[in-house]
Design a protein around this ligand. Structure first.
Ligand SMILES: [Ca+2]
Length: 463
C-alpha cells in the first residue's frame, strides 16, 4: 500500500467526521495525566535477533545500545527487552535458570547497566523485562511442567516462592527497569485437588489437546497474584519516591472475560497491560469483520479507567504479510497507531519484515523441531518471524559481522531494510514514523474513538 492510500484513509476519516452517524463503537475521551505509559509504544526488541555486537551471530545487549538512536528517530519511548536471563536456552531463553543473572550470550550486568544509563541519556526512555510431570531421579519425585521438562512450574502456592517473585521484581526495579512483562500467566496455578481434567466430548483423551484444561489453566488465583504484584510495584514506587508507575504486562491466550479480570479494578488494580491478541493472526478472508470485532470486543469489555492495548505481531506467530499480504502492512500500522491506548510493536514491524524461509536443518525453535520430527512439518516454525533485524544492505543485513547469524537473514534484506526505507518518503518506516509523531498530539493521546462499519470493505475509525 502506498502513501496515496495512506492519505486516502485519513481523508475518508476526516470527511466522515462531519456526517452525523451513530458509531458502532464508542470509547470516550480520557486523560491520564500522570501515566507515562498510557499512550506509549512498547517496542519488543527480541534480543537474539536485534543486533549482534560481538560477532557470535546472536543479538545482545550491547547491540541494542548501538541501535538506541533507531528508537529516538521513531519516537519510541519504551523498549521491551527479554528474555535475557541466565538460561540453558532450550526454549530460546524462555526457560529461565536464574531470574537475577544475565545470560552471557546477551552480555553482562554491566552491559545491562550501560543500557539503562544510555537510555537515561536519551531521556524519555523506559525499559521493560519479561517468564506434565517428569520424574526427577535426584529428588525421587515427579515434578510438574506445563511446557518443556526443562521448564518446571513454580509452586506459587508456596509463600517462599511467592516472596521470591517480589525479590526478583525488586532486584530489577533497583537496576532501573520500568516494568515487567510476565509470560504465560494463565499457567501460574493448578487446582489444589489434582483432579484429572475432563476429556473433550468426541476426543480420545490421549493427547494434551484432547483435554479441557479447567484445572491447569486460568485458575482464579492468577488474578489475586497479579493484584499483589501490582501492589508490590506501587509500594516500591512510593517507598523510593519514584514518579512513574511500574508497568505490569501479561501474556495469556485466554478468553476476553479472563483478560478483563487481569486489569483488576480501581481499588485493587492488576496488570495495566494484559496483552490484547484480538488483532493477531486474523483470517485474511474475513479481515474487515475480524478487525472490527477485535476492536469492539476489547473496547466494549474494558473496565472503567483502564487503558486498551493492541498487538498485531509477536514472536509466537507469523509476520503480518503472511496472514494478510504485504499490501496491508501500512494500513495496519496506521490502524494500530491510531487506536487509543498502548501499541505493542514487534521488531521489524516498522519496516514490514516478512516471514523468512527456514530449511528444516535451520530450525532452532524446540516446538517446531518436535513438529518436524513427529509429523515432517517444516514450514510452520515460529523461527520464520524471529529472523535477524534488517538494518541495511550490507552483509547479513547489518545484523552481525559473523559469517553465520543464529537464524538466516531474509534474502529480501537488500531492498527491505531500515536504511533504504529512511530514504523513501512513502516507505513503511516513514509511515510508521509519521504515525508515531501523530500519536504525540492531544487528539490521539486523549481523544475519543468512534468506529463505523460501512460495508464489507469499508471500516472507519474516527478520533
Ligand atoms: Ca552477540
Amino acid at each position: 500500500m502506498d502513501m496515496q492510500t495512506f492519505h486516502l484513509y485519513w481523508l475518508i476519516t476526516l470527511a466522515y467526521a462531519s456526517v452525523n452517524i451513530t458509531g458502532n463503537v464508542y470509547f470516550p475521551t480520557r486523560k491520564f495525566d500522570s501515566e507515562w505509559w498510557s499512550n506509549t509504544i512498547i517496542y519488543q526488541a527480541y534480543p537474539r535477533s536485534f543486533k549482534d555486537s560481538n560477532r557470535d551471530g546472536v543479538g545482545d545487549l550491547k547491540g541494542i545500545i548501538q541501535k538506541l538512536d533507531h528508537f529516538v528517530d521513531l519516537g519510541i519511548e519504551t523498549i521491551w527487552v527479554g528474555p535475557i536471563f541466565k538460561s540453558p536456552m532450550i526454549d530460546m531463553g524462555y526457560d529461565v535458570e536464574n531470574f537475577t543473572l544475565i545470560d552471557p550470550l546477551f552480555g553482562t550486568m554491566d552491559d545491562f547497566d550501560e543500557l539503562v544509563s544510555e537510555m537515561d541519556k536519551r531521556s524519555k526512555f523506559d525499559r521493560f523485562e519479561s517468564s506434565a510431570w517428569t520424574w526427577n531421579e535426584e529428588r525421587k519425585q515427579f515434578y510438574f511442567h506445563q511446557f518443556n521438562p526443562q521448564q518446571p512450574d513454580f509452586n506459587v502456592r508456596n509463600p517462599q516462592v511467592h516472596l521470591e517473585f517480589f525479590n526478583i521484581m525488586g532486584f530489577w526495579l533497583d537496576r532501573g527497569v520500568s516494568g515487567f512483562r510476565f509470560d504465560a500467566v494463565g499457567y501460574l496455578y493448578e487446582n489444589n485437588s489434582f483432579t484429572d481434567e475432563p476429556i473433550i466430548p468426541g476426543k480420545e483423551g490421549s493427547s494434551y489437546n484432547d483435554l479441557n484444561h479447567i484445572y491447569t489453566k486460568n485458575q482464579p488465583e492468577v488474578i489475586d497474584t497479579l493484584i499483589q504484584w501490582r501492589k508490590y510495584a506501587e509500594d516500591f514506587r512510593k517507598k523510593n519516591n519514584k514518579k512513574n508507575s511500574v508497568l505490569i504486562a501479561t501474556e495469556s491466550y485466554t478468553s476476553i472475560n479472563t483478560l478483563m479480570q487481569y486489569y483488576g479494578n480501581i481499588t485493587n488494580p492488576g496488570a495495566q497491560i494484559p496483552f490484547n491478541f484480538q488483532l493477531l493472526g486474523m483470517d485474511r478472508n474475513n479481515l474487515l469483520e475480524q478487525t472490527e470485532q477485535g476492536i469492539k470486543k476489547w473496547i466494549e469489555n474494558i473496565p472503567e479507567n483502564m487503558v486498551p492495548n493492541w498487538v498485531i505481531e509477536n514472536h509466537d506467530l507469523f509476520r503480518m504479510s503472511f496472514y494478510y499480504g504485504a499490501e496491508f502492512i501500512q494500513l495496519f500500522t496506521v490502524l494500530k497507531l491510531a487506536l487509543p491506548g498502548v501499541d505493542v510493536t514487534y521488531y521489524g514491524s516498522e519496516i514490514g519484515m516478512d516471514n523468512t524461509y527456514m530449511r528444516p536443518d535451520q530450525i532452532k525453535d524446540i516446538y517446531s523441531l518436535k513438529l518436524y520430527k513427529s509429523f515432517g512439518i517444516a514450514g510452520l516454525t515460529r523461527d520464520v518471524s524471529r529472523s535477524p533485524m534488517q538494518w541495511d544492505d550490507s552483509i547479513n543485513a547489518g545484523f552481525t559481522d559473523a559469517k553465520l547469524p543464529w537464524l538466516p537473514v531474509n534474502p529480501n534484506y537488500y531492498h527491505l531494510n531500515v536504511e533504504a526505507q529512511k530514504k523513501i518518503p512513502t516507505s513503511h518506516y516513514n509511515v510508521y514514523k509519521k504515525m508515531s509523531q501523530l500519536r504525540k498530539t492531544d487528539t490521539l493521546k486523549y481523544g475519543d474513538l468512534q468506529t463505523y462499519n460501512i460495508s464489507k470493505s469499508i471500516y472507519i475509525i474516527k478520533r
